[in-house]
Design a protein around this ligand. Structure first.
Ligand SMILES: [Zn+2]
Length: 304
């Protein structure tokens, strides 16, 4: 990144004009996502915008609108040997909310479409900043939705999405144990991400037996309460979600998860979903209630 900045400065001082930042806005109801692409030329900017229009659809697959009235996505290209087409992404919450994505300048559209980073970063817009104690909640939500939302818009098959969630849970189980989840902070990243994802899967399942869903609760939270640049204590966030759901789902699950020193058991969740594991491969029951439940979570959203 530093190299590229100095190159831009060099070009500017040599009188070479770089392509201007190409900004396009995706509107959804009363919300918008402003996408700014800093690419070498117009053709490359078009490619990056095609990719990001699809990523925006993933975010809309929760409720048909963006969680914030107006947020930005900024894309910078970098020269990198990193195997990932998007070596780095982060969300900035200063005066406004901006997702920053650093994209390898030789990454093809197909490589970008198969990467999870952009959908993960945009999923972070559904929650306020939750501090270090709430990091597992924040990373868990983004890790759950990075697979769910990609299945809903067809970037993954439903089976692939379940497989990736299950592989994530496997990595979480193999990570640091013996420390409370809310005290892990930046340590034990795999447990932070995937025990966090397990929390949101369990909450989603508990809501769906009440004819609600995580989508519905987060959509209402976005309408009533979400401030993208605010810091909210994790307990206050989950209490608000319970108020919206009119149930005690999030807070009691939160207490159990935050204090847990081991990866949670997902046996009951898998039974409910009709999923069994056989040597790392998932098998899906054809029983009606279980397949409807899986479909309700991962099924394609035709409206998008
Ligand atoms: Zn994240």
């Amino acid at each position: 990144m530093r190299l590229q900045l100095s190159l831009s400065l060099l070009l500017a001082s040599a009188g070479v004009v770089a392509a201007p930042i190409d900004e396009r806005t995706v509107h959804a109801g009363d919300t918008e996502l402003r996408i700014m692409v800093d690419a070498a030329d117009h053709a490359r900017a078009d490619t990056l915008h095609r990719w990001l229009a699809e990523v925006a659809k993933a975010e809309l697959a929760v409720s048909g609108r963006f969680p914030l009235a107006s947020a930005q996505v900024r894309v910078e290209e970098i020269r990198s040997d990193d195997p990932s087409p998007v070596p780095w992404g982060q969300t900035s919450r200063r005066r406004n909310v901006a997702v920053l994505l650093y994209v390898r300048d030789d990454a093809t559209l197909e490589e970008l479409r198969s990467d999870w980073t952009a959908v993960h970063e945009l999923a972070h817009l559904f929650h306020p900043y939750l501090g270090m104690r709430g990091r597992w909640l924040a990373e868990g939500l983004a890790s759950y939705y990075q697979n769910v939302l990609r299945a809903r818009i067809g970037l993954l098959s439903q089976e692939q999405a379940w497989q990736r969630l299950d592989a994530g849970f496997g990595r979480g189980r193999g990570a640091v144990t013996g420390i409370r989840l809310d005290e892990l902070g930046r340590r034990g990243t795999m447990r932070v991400y995937w025990a966090g994802a397990a929390y949101w899967l369990e909450a989603d399942l508990a809501l769906r037996v009440r004819d609600s869903s995580l989508d519905a609760v987060l959509a209402e939270y976005a309408r009533c309460c979400l401030q993208g640049t605010a810091t909210v204590a994790p307990e206050a966030f989950v209490a608000e979600l319970d108020r919206i759901a009119d149930a005690d789902v999030f807070s009691s699950l939160y207490q159990r998860y935050a204090a847990a020193r081991e990866f949670p058991s997902l046996d009951a969740a898998y039974r409910q979903l009709g999923i069994t594991t056989d040597d790392g491969r998932l098998r899906f029951s054809q029983q009606t209630a279980a397949s409807r439940l899986r479909q309700a979570i991962m099924g394609r959203r035709s409206a998008n």
